[in-house]
Design a protein around this ligand. Structure first.
Ligand code: PXP
Length: 241
């Protein structure tokens, strides 16, 4: 079993851009924010370039990719967004479902209905040497479909676990994640997880066997309001070890 101490932290900085966009300003500067996250122990910087450009802008992605450190991009599998990714060349990219009025990503990809579009996007990203991931709900069928599409990594959606208020429900959701995680590892893909993780619910997820990285945004940026960004990242990082 892999030790939990090696679980990496991807810090999603979308909501630092949300704050900047509230005033259509230059502050807070995202490249500077990314550097502070790294000082706090972030292993990679995550951002989601949405089709509606509600927070991260194309220029942010280009600036982040040109600066130091590993950038993990979240994007929809539509040709417009894949074309931007191919130009920016982040180290890795995760294809996610996207719908216009959602507040945040709502669950994983439906690989049964979207296999063609996702497969095309994966092919283009891989050709450009961008490591690819798919955001999926923790079910064996999704893991098998992800494998058949040739991705390097899978990010299991933790929303159902995070939102489960009742203890038994939460334990059942954790077990679903563990089982899917075993299959991801068995099929030779790297295991990531994320969405709605926070300082209270993250530890059991970090202890899932084979977990390589967790991608966390809202909780860290919210905490940063009180303790500063570097400390907020550091506190989360400590919970992963
Ligand atoms: N993983 C994926 C695929 C996401 O879409 C998001 C939200 O952008 C996250 C992780 C981070 O979620 P949260 O902001 O709730 O930590």
């Amino acid at each position: 079993m892999k030790s939990a101490s090696v679980v990496k932290l991807g810090v999603n900085i979308d909501h630092i851009a949300t704050l900047r966009q509230a005033r259509q300003s230059l502050e807070p500067d995202l490249v500077a924010a990314a550097a502070v996250c790294r000082q706090g122990g972030a292993d990679m910087i995550v951002c989601h370039l949405r089709q509606d450009r509600r927070h991260i802008q194309d220029a942010d992605l280009f600036n982040l990719c040109a600066a130091k450190g590993r950038i993990h991009l979240e994007l929809s599998a539509v040709p417009e967004m894949v074309a931007v990714a191919l130009k920016a060349k982040p180290a890795s990219a995760c294809l996610v479902p996207e719908s216009p009025r959602e507040v945040s990503t709502q669950g994983g990809l439906n690989l049964r209905t979207q296999a063609k579009a996702v497969g095309r996007a994966v092919g283009k990203l891989k050709k450009a040497h961008i490591a690819t991931s798919l955001f999926i709900d923790p079910e064996a069928a999704n893991v098998r479909l992800a494998k058949s599409l040739g991705v390097d990594m899978v990010e299991l959606c933790t929303s159902a676990y995070a939102q489960a208020e009742e203890k038994g429900r939460r334990a059942a959701e954790l077990e679903r994640l563990e089982l899917a995680g075993y299959l991801v590892a068995e099929m030779g893909m790297t295991l990531h997880a994320g969405h709605a993780l926070d300082y209270r619910n993250v530890r059991p997820i970090a202890r899932i066997p084979h977990m390589a990285a967790l991608n966390i945004g809202f909780a860290v940026v919210s905490r940063a309001m009180f303790v500063g960004l570097k400390t907020a990242v550091l506190e989360m990082k400590l919970l992963l070890s």
